[in-house]
Structures are given as C-alpha cells and as structure tokens.
Ligand binder design. Structure first.
Ligand SMILES: *[C@@H]1O[C@H](CO)[C@@H](O)[C@H](O)[C@H]1NC(C)=O
Ligand SMILES: *[C@@H]1O[C@H](CO)[C@@H](O)[C@H](O)[C@H]1NC(C)=O
Ligand SMILES: *[C@@H]1O[C@H](CO)[C@@H](O)[C@H](O)[C@H]1NC(C)=O
Ligand SMILES: *[C@@H]1O[C@H](CO)[C@@H](O)[C@H](O)[C@H]1NC(C)=O
Ligand SMILES: *[C@@H]1O[C@H](CO)[C@@H](O)[C@H](O)[C@H]1NC(C)=O
Ligand SMILES: *[C@@H]1O[C@H](CO)[C@@H](O)[C@H](O)[C@H]1NC(C)=O
Length: 286
C-alpha cells in the first residue's frame, strides 16, 4: 500500500511540475537569446505583450507569432492596447523570443509591416486611433497600475516606414540600461527606480522595490495556476487512494466470513464484489 501511496505522491508532484509548463506554452522563450530582456523585466517579451493586450481583452492569449509578417495583428474592437507602435515592438520581440534567434541577427520586419499589423483583417483601414511612440492616457494609466514594465526605448524607437530591427532595438535598450543604472522604465512612477528627486520618489521607490522582487519571481500567473491544479489533482488522488484502502479492508473483513470460506478464494472475492455492488445500488435507489 505504501508503495502505491508513494507512487501517487510522485505522480502528483510530476503533475505539479508539468502542468505549469504546459500552461506557459507560447509565452516562454525557446532559448536564452533574449535573457537580456527577461533579466531586466522579470518576464518574457511575450508575457509583457500578453499583459498589455489583456488590459483591453482579458481573454487575450499570446499565440505562435507568425514569421511571415506581420507577427500578429491588432484585430480587437477595443484596439487601444494594440493600436500602437509599442505593442507592435513587443510582438516583434515576442517573435524573436519564441524563435530564439535573437542570438544571431534576429528577425527584422520589412517596411510596411507595422501598417499590416495595424490593419489586421480590416479592408482598406486600420485600427484607430493609431498611437505612434505613445500610449493613450487610459492605457498608460492601466500599464502603470498593472506595473507592466515597458522599456523607455520601446516608446522612442520608431521607423516611419513601418519596418523594425531587432539588433538596433536590443543594443539601444542595452545602452539605455547601462547608462541609466537600470532605470529604464520611467513612464510609470511605479516602475521608476529611486531617482534624484525628494521624498515622493523615496516612497515610490520602496513600492517599486517590492514590486520588482515579486515580478522577478519565476512563477507567473500560469505557473501558479498550474501548481494549484496539480495540488488539487494530488489531493483528489490521495483521497481516492484512502477511500480505496478503506474499501479494500472492508472487503477483506467480509472475505473472512464463514460463508465465503467455503468457496475458492478468487471466486469468493468476485462474488463478494458483485454482492457488495448490488447492495450499494439498492442503497442508492432507496
Ligand atoms: C499557442 O498558440 C497556438 C495558436 O497560435 C495555440 O493553438 C496553442 O494552443 C497555444 N499553446 C498554448 C500552450 O497556449
Ligand atoms: C480599397 O481601396 C482601393 C484603392 O484605394 C479601392 O479601389 C477599393 O475599392 C477599396 N476597397 C474597399 C472595400 O473599400
Ligand atoms: C503612425 O505611423 C505610421 C507608420 O509610419 C503612419 O502610417 C501613420 O500615419 C502614423 N500615425 C500617426 C497618427 O502618427
Ligand atoms: C542592473 O540589473 C542587473 C541585472 O538585473 C544587476 O545585476 C545589476 O546589479 C543592476 N545594476 C544596478 C546599478 O542596479
Ligand atoms: C534613494 O536614493 C537616496 C539618495 O540617492 C538614497 O539615500 C536612498 O537610500 C535610496 N533609497 C533606496 C531604497 O534605494
Ligand atoms: C514593501 O516592503 C517594505 C519593507 O521591505 C514593507 O514595509 C512594505 O509593507 C512593503 N509594501 C508592500 C505593498 O508589500
């Protein structure tokens, strides 16, 4: 019995580990090439992109970014979250994250790609209003409330012909990180590091340091959900096992009754099971 119990415990543990991996899926990078992003932000570019778009559509999930351009489209009816150059840049970074080719020259986008992203499945029109190099006030507020870290460089970098360049983006961000002492998320007070200003920055920095540690944790929402599911499965499996043990023991006690001893063991057990089953059914139907 203990062997079986151990086996089930191990099974539950494995489930706890694999379920998060399955639910993470498309937001994980397939390699280490974009660790420069993940180590600073505390999540992958795909996760940032997903969180940004979930402000407008809580059901949004990152799919597999297309490597025949555009990587994704802004097809939402409430399109404020994706109808901007920042969301587009995140989609391109997500493509590089999923493909793990950021280590080489990465995926660049040809001229006109940004416009295709904005157009989506619309005919002769784009989402509107288009926000280049900025977010609408309400989305920016939501980003700060949700403590979504958007590099300052994602606001400033822009190619008016609608192209996009991985190496240029990565190197610009790396340079900004180095020259600003990691203080590269300054569009929100909640993500701005302790700066040069007075008491107000002190309080905001203590809030942001708490936030940084919680965000750099490797467990994202999906992982936590997976662990919860795994734990529930484990508890249910243990409960089932305990019930099974109890039932088995009850069976064992019955088998020692004199009437059963007359018949061969295997037969007796089979009959007894059937008998037990029918009494259960009777009890239920009463
Ligand atoms: C990844 O995205 C594809 C669609 O692009 C979807 O079919 C798949 O279920 C997603 N995987 C996960 C784990 O969400
Ligand atoms: C799209 O634009 C083209 C050229 O401006 C025009 O000929 C065509 O009729 C438009 N299509 C629709 C569905 O509006
Ligand atoms: C945003 O940029 C695109 C690509 O350069 C351009 O076509 C569009 O007119 C711009 N929109 C605004 C509102 O600046
Ligand atoms: C910047 O961030 C990196 C990695 O997160 C860290 O190792 C480094 O100490 C930080 N530098 C400063 C000045 O905070
Ligand atoms: C904030 O900056 C001030 C002055 O630079 C410094 O004395 C203080 O320790 C900093 N606080 C934190 C939490 O880094
Ligand atoms: C942030 O951390 C400080 C000390 O580390 C603590 O006093 C404060 O309650 C924390 N704030 C939140 C919101 O967790």
């Amino acid at each position: 019995m203990f062997v079986l119990l151990n086996f089930l415990a191990v099974l539950a543990f494995i489930l706890m580990l694999t379920v998060p991996a399955l639910t993470e899926g498309n937001v994980t990078c397939s390699g280490t090439a974009m660790d420069w992003y993940t180590s600073q932000v505390g999540e992958t570019a795909c996760k940032t992109y997903e969180r940004l778009r979930q402000i407008c559509n809580s059901d949004f999930e990152v799919g597999v970014m297309s490597n025949t351009f555009p990587p994704d489209t802004c097809d939402e009816q409430i399109s404020d979250c994706c109808c901007n150059s920042i969301a587009y840049a995140l989609a391109m970074l997500c493509l590089n994250c999923q493909q793990n080719i950021g280590g080489g020259s990465g995926y660049d986008a040809p001229a006109g790609d940004y416009q295709l992203y904005l157009q989506g499945s619309r005919i002769n029109s784009t989402c509107s209003p288009v926000q280049n190099q900025t977010l609408s006030t309400s989305i920016q507020t939501a980003v700060c409330n949700e403590e979504i870290k958007l590099f300052d460089s994602l606001y400033s970098l822009f190619w008016t012909d609608g192209s996009w360049y991985y190496m240029y983006t990565e190197q610009s961000i790396s340079k900004a990180i180095a020259s600003n002492n990691n203080n590269t998320f300054t569009h929100c007070a909640s993500t701005t590091l302790n700066g040069t200003s007075t008491s107000s920055s002190g309080s905001s920095s203590s809030a942001s340091s708490n936030l940084t540690s919680s965000h750099s944790s490797n467990l994202s929402g999906g992982a936590i959900g997976g662990i919860v599911v795994g734990a529930i499965v484990g508890v249910v499996a243990t409960a089932l096992l305990m019930w099974f043990c109890w039932w088995k023991r009850k069976e064992g006690r019955k088998a020692t009754k004199p009437e059963n001893k007359i018949e061969p063991f295997a037969q007796g057990e089979g009959r007894d099971r059937r008998g037990n089953y029918s009494t259960e059914v009777q009890a239920k139907s009463r």
